[in-house]
Design a protein around this ligand. Structure first.
Ligand SMILES: Cc1ncc(COP(=O)(O)O)c(C=O)c1O
Ligand SMILES: [Zn+2]
Length: 555
């Protein structure tokens, strides 16, 4: 392993010591590792084929002299999952999720902790200080316990108590700071200074940025395995990269590292193009998004973040913004923000459509994806990878509220047979009647999509019909609370169904949402007249309006 540390400000290079945080020439703390890319380009691809799929398969590109198998918890090597349902809903079939929930403690921060703690152990550190919005402290604590390093974890009082308990369980000392995350960082720094302890410097920690790189390496290898090698243009091996890489950010360490990873692959001639990077924040704490919109090179800090998503509450990103901004401009990427509510909704959609239970911070990335696809920034044919940065675990109570279970008591009365008692107990569990919705559409995919979207948001009894005639029969028989009707169907189209419904007293009052694949002509609009409640383009189904409309109409 040969590499040097290069100062981003004066270019001075030095050997690497994990405990020296400043450039000896200009005192800058912004430095990065540089490797012998020319040699690695020839040797690494050959070595990879015989190595396990984990973070240490890229050890020649990591700043740890001897990787320590006794510390590893199985970090890295997370799956790249094709999001078929979500892709169908958004009209972006080439949608993939890098499932970082599958790290040892449930977030992408495990990469950072694995590499940083390995380097600190190697340097003989036995005690350290870190500030965190929760997950960093959880990851560091797990690895620190294995390494025999004592961690002082400074968190804000808004970090969910379950997360704090997990940090403590690993044996770390939790210090709860009443104040913002930026203030917690200041307290931690002062504590470390007074006691002369090693202080974690967030995105200025060389090992942490280096660890995040491995996400890029893995994505390129995994996409290549899934889609085959990219056209090589006479070069030996070309790995695939997505068109877009999306990640929710707080301080921005993730995408800073991922950019460096793709940049190194390009340097080694293994890929042709670095993906466009989209970094997503919550609206209540979006200093990077706002500064980017204003065209600023330095971020204006947000003094008091207003978001429930504490994980992403870095109000002052400092120089990380300036660096990330230049990468985002270079890759034709973007910064975007979403509301907490949009993130919570995305969390439900992801769980109910793709089987992935994420924490709200991770859902911010997906809410960002929805927004960027809807606004046309991301095009339907593009290949997209979203980093699913963390698992729900602790945050679930806040998101679901308390009304999500139904209790059944096993019958004890002697007079009944147990079966009868059980049946009646079970019958009380589920309301007899959920709002009933009929979907009439001749395309199976469209019906499946609408059904999934509805089911992802609440309890409905859903009926389906595949053409106008069948639909009319279904409506007359079931008298649903709401009809979702396609206009363009062979033989009896949506217009004819509407006319028939209006002629019949029993069905005339049932609200109808008309779903159409194309813009209506003025003539068609007149024909629909005032009969319908809502007209929706099919691509609009992810809009909150659709679900609000459904809720309003079935009341
Ligand atoms: C689950 C999750 N997602 C996203 C982030 C944002 O990370 P960063 O901005 O440091 O890359 C964090 C930070 O702790 C996190 O825990
Ligand atoms: Zn320097």
């Amino acid at each position: 392993m040969s590499f040097l540390i290069k100062c981003l400000d004066c270019g001075h290079t030095t050997p690497y010591f994990p405990t020296s945080s400043n450039c000896p020439r200009c005192n800058s703390q912004w430095r990065e590792a540089e490797y012998d890319y020319e040699t690695l380009a020839k040797t690494l691809p050959l070595q990879l084929s015989s190595r396990p799929f984990d973070l240490w398969r890229y050890r020649e590109l990591l700043p740890v002299r001897n990787s320590n198998p006794l510390l590893t918890l199985g970090e890295g090597g997370t799956p790249l999952i094709q999001a078929v349902n979500l892709g169908m809903m958004l009209g972006t079939p080439n949608l993939f999720i890098k499932d970082e929930r599958q790290g040892p403690t449930g977030s992408f921060k495990d990469r950072q902790a694995a590499v940083t703690i390995a380097a600190l152990k190697e340097a003989g550190i036995t005690e350290m200080v870190a500030s965190s919005t929760g997950n960093v402290a959880i990851s560091y604590s797990a690895y620190a316990s294995r390494a025999g390093i004592k961690l002082w974890a400074f968190v804000t009082s808004l970090v969910p108590a379950v997360k704090m308990r997990e940090i403590a369980l690993y044996g770390s000392q939790v210090i709860k700071v009443t104040g913002s995350y930026d203030q917690a960082k200041q307290v931690a720094a002062e504590f470390a200074r007074q006691r002369n302890l090693y202080l974690d410097l967030g995105a200025r920690t060389i090992t942490s940025i280096e660890a995040m790189k491995t996400i890029a390496f893995e994505i390129a290898e995994q996409l290549t395995a899934l889609q085959g090698q990219a056209p090589a243009n006479g070069k030996p091996t070309i790995w695939r990269t997505p068109d877009w890489y999306i990640q929710p950010i707080s301080g921005g360490m993730g995408p800073l590292g991922v950019y460096k990873g793709f940049h190194e692959l390009k340097e080694m001639g293994l890929i042709e193009r670095i993906p466009s990077i989209a970094a997503i924040q919550t609206e209540g704490c979006a200093p990077m998004v706002e500064s980017f919109r204003l065209g600023l090179e330095s971020a204006i800090p947000v003094a008091s973040p207003k978001t429930h998503i504490e994980t992403l509450a870095t109000g002052d990103p400092g120089r990380s913004y300036t660096l990330l901004r230049s990468h985002i401009l270079e890759t034709n990427g973007t910064f975007e923000s979403v509301t907490d509510e949009e993130a919570f909704r995305a969390m439900h959609v992801l769980a109910k459509m793709e089987g992935l239970s994420t924490e709200p911070a991770a859902a911010v990335g997906f809410a960002g994806l929805f927004k960027l696809v809807r606004s046309g920034v991301i095009k339907p044919h593009e290949t997209i990878v979203v980093n699913c940065t963390g698992h729900t675990m602790a945050a679930e109570e806040f998101i679901l509220g308390s009304n999500w279970t139904r209790d059944v008591e096993y019958p004890t009365q002697k007079s009944e047979t147990p079966q009868e008692g059980l049946l009646s107990a079970l019958n009380q569990v589920v309301p007899n009647r959920f709002p009933r919705i009929a979907i009439i559409d001749d395309t199976a995919d469209a019906r499946r999509l609408i059904r999934r979207i509805l089911q992802s948001q609440g309890n409905f009894t859903i009926y389906e019909a595949t053409n106008g005639q069948e639909g009319l029969g279904l409506i007359r028989r079931e008298l649903p609370d709401l009809i979702i009707l396609d206009l363009m169907m062979p033989e009896m189209d949506g217009f004819a169904v509407m006319d028939a419904l209006k002629m019949d007293q029993e069905t005339a009052h049932i609200p109808v949402i008309v779903a159409t694949a194309k813009e209506l002509t003025p003539d068609e609009k007149t024909r629909l007249g005032t009969q319908i409640q809502t007209l929706m383009q099919k691509g609009d189904f992810l809009n909150d309006e659709f679900l609000k409309e459904v809720e309003a109409l079935i009341k």
